[in-house]
Design a protein around this ligand. Structure first.
Ligand SMILES: NC(=O)c1ccc[n+]([C@@H]2O[C@H](COP(=O)([O-])OP(=O)(O)OC[C@H]3O[C@@H](n4cnc5c(N)ncnc54)[C@H](OP(=O)(O)O)[C@@H]3O)[C@@H](O)[C@H]2O)c1
Length: 248
């Protein structure tokens, strides 16, 4: 059977590295979007290998960044993919009233727009391919309800709403849309060990399960701490009522 591949948008960050580790562990390959060679080198170092990984340069914050990658895949210049993990965004604790307009726009572009543009560019491709086990996953967290992460929380809140629509819109398609809801800090292994937080390698168990378990479909996969890595905690993202209403 042909090997499956995951397109990683936000590949070179903590969550992207974790997702790449999950892909390789489950014998999948990776198509990673990077913004420059330094990021690519950092990515390979943290993942620990270059094997099974193709990198492509693009600016994911622009409306046609990920679209350009999809166009190259369609033209056969890059390998095909059946899964997408979008995890673009940065932690920003600056008090809201101290953000310049420029910073505000930059951070919204990173934390929300880039993930939306990734969705808009990749979903038509996944639908067209009609692979029976396609997935589309995005990482969110509790910053939108805790209030302690400034504008990062606002981008996460927007992603939560976007993913609700994405779950509903793909309820009957070949794509399993899921939200990876992360309530603890995850960092690439060397940083995590220094800071005493969850490692990307440990958190990779979650994405590996999302890829493998077909019943994780339209779900919010919740990690509150190490205990949720032993037995995966997931629940339907939408009330059944909303789905029924959509179907009628
Ligand atoms: N880590 C956690 O514990 C955690 C918890 C809950 C939710 N989340 C969410 O998960 C997402 C990713 O978090 P993370 O910890 O992986 O973040 P991160 O390590 O800071 O990485 C973010 C990604 O965004 C890219 N990026 C940053 N600035 C960019 C720019 N100007 N242009 C293009 N790309 C840029 C980075 O590329 P470079 O490598 O090139 O800089 C990297 O690929 C965020 O939305 C965050 O809110 C994370």
């Amino acid at each position: 059977m042909a090997v499956e591949r995951v397109l990683l948008v936000g590949a070179t960050g903590n969550i992207g590295v974790s997702a790449a580790i999950a892909c390789l562990r489950t014998k999948r390959e990776v198509l990673a979007i990077v913004r420059n060679q330094d990021s690519a080198d950092k990515f390979f170092k943290h993942v620990g290998t270059k094997e099974g990984i193709t990198v492509v340069k693009a600016d994911v914050t622009t409306e046609d960044g990920v679209q350009g990658v999809v166009d190259k895949v369609k033209a056969g210049a890059l390998p095909s993919f059946q899964h997408v993990y979008a995890c673009v965004g940065v932690w920003i604790g600056t008090p809201l009233h101290k953000l310049s307009t420029e910073d505000f726009r930059r951070l919204m572009r990173l934390g929300f727009d880039a993930n939306y543009f990734a969705y808009r560019a990749t979903v038509p491709y996944l639908l067209e391919q009609n692979h029976p086990n396609s997935t589309w996953t995005c990482c969110t967290g509790a910053a939108d309800i805790s209030g302690y992460a400034g504008l990062t929380g606002a981008t996460q809140g927007a992603l939560v709403a976007m993913l609700a629509a994405a779950v509903l819109e793909n309820e009957r398609t070949n794509i399993r849309v899921n939200e990876a809801y992360l309530m603890v800090r995850v960092e690439v292994d060397s940083d995590a060990e220094a800071h005493g937080v969850m490692t990307a390698s440990e958190y990779a168990k979650v994405y590996a399960k999302i890829l493998e378990k077909k019943d994780i479909d339209g779900c919010k996969v919740i990690v509150r701490g190490p205990e949720d890595l032993k037995e995966l905690r997931f629940e339907k993202k939408l009330p059944q009522q909303a789905i029924k209403h959509h179907q009628n």
